[in-house]
Design a protein around this ligand. Structure first.
Ligand code: GLN
Length: 267
């Protein structure tokens, strides 16, 4: 009998409750998108899964990709991706399925990568939350502004320079869909154990909206940050799974998941 669970070197989970984004390019060349809540669970999952399987096929380590909707599924994972979608819906579904506490425990122990809505969930604090508040996992010490690019510019692409990726001199295409903007990198208190934040990529200032919710105009250094890492966690405000470039997935596996697994095994 073939036991794929035993054969895998790593298990990466993708949180299930999300919304599928279907991107199209209009004749004018603009990026448009629609949301399809029902197929969501497959959608974001399928794209992340395809990337990870591609990596697994060409790498030395076999990665098993699982969809995570229960605490039992989460327990099997060595790392977790929280995909895009609608952060409030993801949080609500997580709460309804008893996942909020297991997710917080996971964030405290193992690597998590939040993309777009997932980045909001992973943040320490959110500005412009949905009415009634928004539950967060408090994994990365940033404050983030939902829909920070405003409703006029809902989606766009931008070439990004990203440090740490393979062939870092080749730009990575950032696909931004109603993306959040990082409002603040929250400083650690002197006595805290907080890991430093490592900025991996910034977007050009000229692409930032002129009226950010905090009054705009005066662009802070945090607002240009679109990818960062803190300890074992990774945060991107855009969607690397909607490109055919697997370098961010490779970065997460190589730089976040494998070292964290090794340090847990050694001690
Ligand atoms: N605007 C969405 C939110 O607030 C995020 C959009 C996305 O994930 N593409 O959750």
């Amino acid at each position: 009998m073939q036991d794929t669970q035993l054969a895998a070197d790593l298990v990466i989970g993708i949180l299930g409750a999300s919304i599928k984004h279907r991107c199209r390019r209009s004749q004018a060349g603009n990026l448009t998108w629609t949301r399809r809540p029902h197929t969501a669970m497959q959608g974001a999952f399928a794209e992340h899964q395809a990337m990870l399987q591609k990596l697994s096929a060409k790498g030395r380590r076999r990665v098993e990709v699982v969809q995570v909707r229960t605490p039992e599924e989460l327990r099997r994972c060595d790392g977790l991706i929280i995909p895009g979608g609608e952060s409030t819906t993801i949080a609500l579904l997580a709460r309804l399925s008893g996942m909020m506490e297991p997710l917080r425990e996971f964030v405290g122990a193992k690597p998590v990568w939040g993309t777009c809505a997932g980045a909001i969930l992973l943040a320490q604090a959110v500005s412009n939350p949905k009415r009634g508040g928004q539950e967060l996992l408090h994994g990365v010490s940033v404050e983030i502004t939902r829909n920070g690019w405003g409703s006029q510019v809902e989606s766009f692409e931008a070439p990004l320079e990203v440090s740490g990726l393979r062939n870092a001199e080749v730009p990575f295409t950032g696909v931004f869909i109603r993306a959040p903007v990082i409002a603040e990198l929250i400083e650690a208190a002197h006595d805290s154990q907080q890991q430093p934040i490592k900025v991996l990529s910034r977007i050009s200032r000229s692409l930032l909206p002129s009226s950010l919710p905090d009054g705009g105009g005066d662009v802070s250094a945090a607002q240009t940050v679109v990818a960062l890492r803190q300890g074992r966690h990774l945060l991107t405000t855009f969607h690397p799974e909607l490109t055919d470039d697997d370098r961010f997935h490779e970065y997460f596996v190589q730089e976040c998941v494998i070292p964290s697994l090794a340090s847990r095994r050694n001690g």
